[in-house]
Design a binder for this molecule. Structure first.
Ligand code: DQQ
Length: 537
């Protein structure tokens, strides 16, 4: 449908048509990045789920391959659901995934490549002894899914985690195995949290305290923290918690018990994410599913639904020690074309400044902001009750914000998506900084999500405020302070499209002017090629 074709992205991963959801089994194998995903070959809504498959040399340009696994066995007849890859030291590739059986029971299955010498891993074999795991006693048959990548423990066994719930408490079960065919349920759970419901797509991995290298999933020892991530079915958000893991006792203890279930990877659209260790570049890479926020009718009309995030490297933020840093993989920089630099642009209180970059539907923006210091000192206490989602958004004026960028904006600002900071000052003089994205005016369409997203963000002494925005037609991925807080906006402009999309700086503070320095690149489209066996073989 050409009517809605401008909503397709140019450098985010998408199948040619139909529905996509969770990232599955990402890995690097014999020179290729492999990406599998939940896919409905028959339509643009969830259902008939099988595994799509694509490969890439750089995580940006992709070649679509034939479906890796379809629903052809009694144990996955109602869906080949989410799973993860483990590469064994001897080179074997293990794929564990959830099957929804002919009776809609959730079981875990084993699959492996038919031919390990094929770098594209086109053909997959399902183990004849499947399923390898049934829901254990006390677990509902529909609350047992999404096995993780396995990690090796000092007793010579592999462990995997599987998400579940008991009553309303979300839990992570642990199983150990030597051969990925026979499993033993461990005592206790790795982690649980009351009132959080079903835990989907659990992820469990180490991050380094001391270096900027990513860690392979089995790494342990001093200088290592372990992250647990869970995707909450009840609010469709991904939460992570940092903690310490003792693989001998199998216990994981959260660092901070005062932050509820934890922090969010992303305060916008980002769900069912999965990380993998990229042995090619020694980094941990995170993929997240960006679902639609328009209506199902619109998805059916346009013939497709969902995109994947640009893969992100994940590291511990060693400056704060309390959060992760997520950053678009460096390969995305290869799409940068011409750029424009803006040095110290002054944006007075209550003003909007256009940035002349021409078309701005596919851009990479790096920006720094400095609030007028005098005004900051002079200002007495401000609204400390502020929160991104309950405030009036970018149009509500405070003494020290909001200020930031308007992107996917048309010339007359009928449509625009503000991505911005807001600073609140308490009676004690302490500052709290918020990072938000406001979708209330992102589209003149009426059947799309128009909420305001965001969170507080830690700002250390003498740190400048900084953001990076990846804008791609109907998506804005925003990273503040090097990826300390991220917001993905799924928006549907009807006017701010193609040549009509512009960028502005804005400052809606009443007391302070802001100075901003920016570099803005036009972005090339990525090649995401269909599979044509006649040509490709
Ligand atoms: N999507 C899969 C499940 C998973 C859910 C089914 C999360 O395995 O729990 O498509 O989005």
């Amino acid at each position: 449908n050409t009517m809605l074709s401008w909503q397709r992205t140019a450098y985010h991963f998408q199948p040619e048509k139909n529905w996509m959801n969770d990232p599955n089994g990402p890995m690097y194998y014999k020179g290729w990045y492999h990406f599998f995903y939940q896919y409905n070959p028959n339509g643009a809504v969830w259902g008939d789920i099988v595994w799509g498959h694509a490969v890439s040399k750089d995580l940006i340009h992709w070649l679509h391959l034939p479906l890796a696994m379809v629903a052809d066995q009694w144990y996955d007849m109602n869906g080949v659901w989410t799973g993860s890859a483990t590469i064994l030291p001897d080179g074997q590739v293990i794929m564990l995934y959830t099957g929804s059986t002919n009776e809609s029971v959730q079981v875990q299955n084993l699959a492996y490549p038919a031919n390990l010498s094929d770098p594209l891993l086109i053909n997959w074999v399902k183990y004849s002894g499947n399923p390898v795991l049934h829901p254990p006693p006390g677990i509902d048959s529909q609350d047992f899914r999404d096995p993780t990548t396995a990690w090796y423990t000092s007793d010579g066994k592999w462990n995997i985690a599987i998400g579940s719930k008991v009553n309303k408490t979300g839990i992570t079960l642990i199983y150990s195995t030597e051969d990925f065919k026979n499993f033993e349920l461990s005592d206790g759970v790795l982690y649980s949290f009351p009132g959080t419901g079903m835990w989907e797509c659990v992820d469990f991995y180490p991050v380094s305290n001391t270096s900027i290298k990513g860690l392979d999933t089995s790494v342990k020892g001093p200088g290592v923290k372990h992250v647990i991530k869970t995707s909450l079915d009840q609010d469709r958000n991904d939460y992570y918690t940092l903690g310490t893991y003792d693989e001998k006792t199998g216990k994981w203890v959260p660092d901070n018990t005062t932050i509820g279930l934890g922090l969010r990877y992303d305060y916008g659209m980002f769900y069912a994410s999965k990380s993998f260790y990229d042995l090619h570049k020694g980094r941990r890479v995170l993929w997240g599913w960006i679902q639609e926020s328009d209506s199902e009718i619109a998805d059916v009309k346009k013939g497709w639904a969902s995109v994947q995030s640009i893969p992100r490297t994940v590291l511990l933020d060693t400056k704060t020690g309390t959060n992760l840093l997520q950053w678009p993989v460096e390969e995305v920089d290869s799409l940068r074309l011409t750029s424009k630099v803006f040095d110290k642009v002054e944006v007075k209180a209550g003003s909007v400044v256009p940035l002349d970059v021409g078309t701005a539907t596919q851009v990479d923006i790096v920006a720094e902001f400095e609030l007028d210091k005098e005004a900051l000192e002079r200002t007495a206490q401000t609204n400390v009750e502020f929160s991104c989602s309950t405030s009036g958004g970018a149009a509500e004026r405070g003494a020290l914000g909001p200020f930031g960028l308007l992107v996917l904006a048309d010339e007359s600002l009928n449509e625009h998506t503000p991505v911005y900071f807001y600073i609140a000052k308490g009676t004690d003089g302490n500052l709290t900084t918020f990072f938000c994205a406001d979708q209330t005016r992102s589209s003149e369409a009426t059947d799309v999500d128009k909420k305001i997203y965001g969170s507080t963000i830690p700002i250390l002494k003498d740190e400048k405020l900084s953001v990076r925005l990846l804008v791609d037609h109907s998506i804005i991925e925003s990273f503040a302070q090097g990826g300390r807080t991220c917001i993905t906006s799924r928006v549907y402009p009807t006017k701010a499209i193609y040549g009509a999309a512009r960028i502005f700086l804005f400052n809606n503070a009443t007391e302070a002017s802001v100075t901003s320095s920016l570099k803005i690149w036009q972005m090339n489209s990525a090649f995401i090629r269909p599979f044509r066996p006649e040509q490709d073989n």
